[in-house]
Design a binder for this molecule. Structure first.
Ligand SMILES: Cc1cc2nc3c(=O)[nH]c(=O)nc-3n(C[C@H](O)[C@H](O)[C@H](O)COP(=O)(O)OP(=O)(O)OC[C@H]3O[C@@H](n4cnc5c(N)ncnc54)[C@H](O)[C@@H]3O)c2cc1C
Length: 345
């Protein structure tokens, strides 16, 4: 007899965990509030995940055709600040494709996936229930995420990052010759309009004129436009062993600042870390409390350092003094980009 694992949230961490558990023949039910395929606000730059983890999860083949990115350029107010090789190459893959393919893989392995069904809070603490619900919105945050795909946009490096005092935007190639443009801005209530127009208006308001001119030459995919508000700068995990016995993975465990391009990797890593203890619980080899503590402890050990560093760095991207200071250090070669990049993975 094996006990079923119920996963709330069919994003990256929930589906990857479901797949890893199905590879161990564990019965799994995933409840997903949305449907597939769907566009998500995400930079779609996946970096830092080890090949072995992808193989252990049984999903390495899903990334085979994703563009490999080896170089990044950072601009501030249209001026090139730093150009550097990525110490660890990344991949560009849209969430529209990746989440959909993970859902198909999970179902093909015999997992039960119910779309448009929410896991309600009264079930969160039940034994055998895992929260993979994504980040908790932060009502005090004034950060707005806006994303769209463009065709026929030529990039100046594998990955382009543009920063200005009111926000930043990353340009990353994904499949089918598209470029994903994903941005995070401080909310400006005076900017209103249809979702398809918002990113352009925010870019202009933040002084990204040259970039807007380049993007205007490209063809936007209007269906890909997505927005999300109240985005946290990041969130540190609870201290292991404190709080109610709720099993959390991915962004629901702890959220790394979006600019790091490591949240997708962390979501997949957290699934790989959680799967063995949850499988042991399902087979009756571990009590639920032990399984939850194990999952919590393994994630805290793996992620705490990068979560703390990213929380500090992310705030500086929106700080009127810290951003110019960081870019001055960057352009004079004094910012240890490669070191920071590695520490955030
Ligand atoms: C602006 C921005 C840019 C980013 N750029 C990058 C990047 O370039 N690279 C990178 O690696 N990461 C990036 N990230 C972070 C990345 O998107 C997340 O870290 C990653 O999606 C986390 O995966 P997850 O499975 O924890 O959550 P999600 O992928 O968010 O999945 C959570 C799922 O739970 C579902 N759900 C929510 N509530 C319920 C409920 N009650 N019941 C059932 N289902 C529910 C949601 O519909 C969703 O499908 C970015 C984030 C933002 C905001």
């Amino acid at each position: 007899m094996q006990r079923e694992i119920t996963i709330g949230g069919g994003g990256l961490s929930g589906l990857a965990l479901g797949i890893a558990l199905r590879h161990r023949d564990i019965p799994v039910l995933v409840l997903e509030a949305g449907t597939y395929p769907r566009h998500r606000v995400c930079g779609e730059f996946l970096c830092g995940i080890r090949e072995k983890i992808l193989t252990d999860l049984g999903i390495g083949d899903l990334l085979e055709n994703a563009p490999v990115l080896t170089e990044a350029i950072w601009f501030r107010n249209g001026r090139r600040v730093i150009q550097h090789d990525l110490p660890i190459p990344g991949r560009g893959i849209s969430r529209h494709r990746l989440d959909h393919e993970l859902a198909l893989r999970f179902r093909s392995l015999g997992g039960r996936l119910r779309e448009q069904e929410r896991l309600l809070p009264e079930r969160w603490a039940l034994p055998g229930t895992v929260l993979a619900l994504g980040r908790e919105p932060d009502p005090s945050s004034d950060l707005l995420g806006l994303k769209r795909h463009l065709r026929h946009l030529t990039l100046r490096a594998g990955l382009e990052m543009h920063c200005a005092p009111g926000g930043y935007i990353g340009l990353c190639p994904v499949e089918d010759g598209r470029v994903n443009a994903s941005a995070l801005f401080r909310l400006r209530p005076e900017i209103k309009g249809p979702r398809e127009e918002l990113q352009r208006q925010y870019l202009l308001a933040c002084g990204f004129q040259e970039l807007v001119e380049r993007m205007d030459q490209a063809s936007p995919d209007l269906d890909s436009c997505a927005a999300v508000s109240s985005v946290p700068q990041g969130r540190l995990p609870r201290r292991p062993g404190t709080g109610p016995q709720i099993c959390r993975i991915g962004d629901r465990f702890g959220m790394i600042g979006p600019f790091t391009g490591n949240g997708m990797s962390m979501a997949l890593e957290s699934a790989a870390l959680a799967a063995p203890a949850l499988a042991d619980y399902s087979r009756g080899a571990l009590e639920w409390e032990q399984a939850v503590r194990t999952v919590e402890r393994l994630q805290a050990r793996q992620f705490s350092k990068r979560l703390i560093l990213s929380a500090a760095l992310h705030r500086s991207l929106f700080h009127p003094v810290a951003l110019p200071l960081l870019t001055a250090l960057g352009s004079s070669g004094l910012l240890p980009m490669r070191f920071l990049f590695r520490q955030l993975r």
